[in-house]
Design a protein around this ligand. Structure first.
Ligand code: ADE
Length: 240
């Protein structure tokens, strides 16, 4: 998989791409991540990427030319014919684990990071396939959302994590929140690990974990269970 990020603030990515899963995925050559500086694709001596909005109003707008030029550059230099182009914005569709699973199957992704008041609408109209938001709050740019999305995708690429089971049993992957886990010591300051986990009975442990995941989901995110009920009611209705 190849992921290209276009940003006016490339330095934000330096440390996160050199740690943990994002580093591991690149080191194992399972993903190549390229950060492109939007300013490298400007043509004026001030390397200006933004300008005032037509019609007036507060804030600056990212100009179209550097985005179009960056994408042409990526297509040509990396010989990519049909990348999936994503724009990160609070106006996009909410990012979910399901979307991460879907994006992890793409061969080429290009992520556009917005900044300032917004981007010229022609970038959206002509270049962008999909707009994604990581939640109902406003960040100062798309760089942190891009890192969030890359982390969630890269950990799903087969072979990146040592223990694939661990990604598969994560919260949300099963539409349930993950339950509790314990490690050594068996007793810590008087608090004990549940006996069942020490029993060696793997079927019973799996059943206990499932039960705990359901309880936790009921307590914290009952909306997820309601959604599951709706999905199964719909699919049963479809069958009849
Ligand atoms: N840019 C600014 N805020 C954002 C958000 N919540 N999601 C995605 N991109 C953003």
């Amino acid at each position: 998989m190849e992921i290209h990020v276009i940003t006016a603030f490339p330095a934000i990515f330096e440390s996160p791409l050199n740690e943990c899963i994002l580093k591991l995925g690149q080191k194992k050559k399972l993903v190549d991540i390229f950060i492109h500086d939007l300013r490298d694709h400007t043509t004026d001596k001030h390397r200006q990427v933004d300008d005032y909005p037509y019609g007036g109003g507060p804030g600056m707008i990212l100009k179209p030319e550097p985005f179009f030029a960056s994408i042409d550059f990526i297509r040509e230099k990396h010989r990519i014919e049909s990348p999936k182009i994503i724009f990160l914005t609070p106006q996009g569709k909410r990012f979910t684990q399901q979307k991460a699973i879907e994006l992890a199957k793409e061969e080429y992704l290009i992520i556009l990071c917005g900044h300032y008041k917004g981007i010229d609408e022609r970038i959206r109209d002509v270049l962008v396939d999909e707009e994604i938001s990581i939640g109902d709050y406003v960040l100062s740019g798309g760089e942190i959302p891009a890192l969030v999305i890359m982390d969630s995708i890269v950990r799903l690429i087969p072979g990146v994590m040592n223990d694939l089971d661990s990604a598969i049993t994560d919260s949300f992957h099963m539409a349930l929140l993950d339950g509790p886990y314990y490690t050594r010591p068996k007793i810590f300051e008087g608090y004990e690990v549940p006996d069942i986990l020490l029993s060696g009975d793997h079927a019973k442990i799996a059943e206990w974990r499932k039960q705990k995941a359901i309880e936790r989901t009921q307590q914290r995110r009952s909306d997820l269970l309601e959604r599951m009920d709706q999905v199964s009611t719909h699919s049963n209705a479809d069958k009849s």
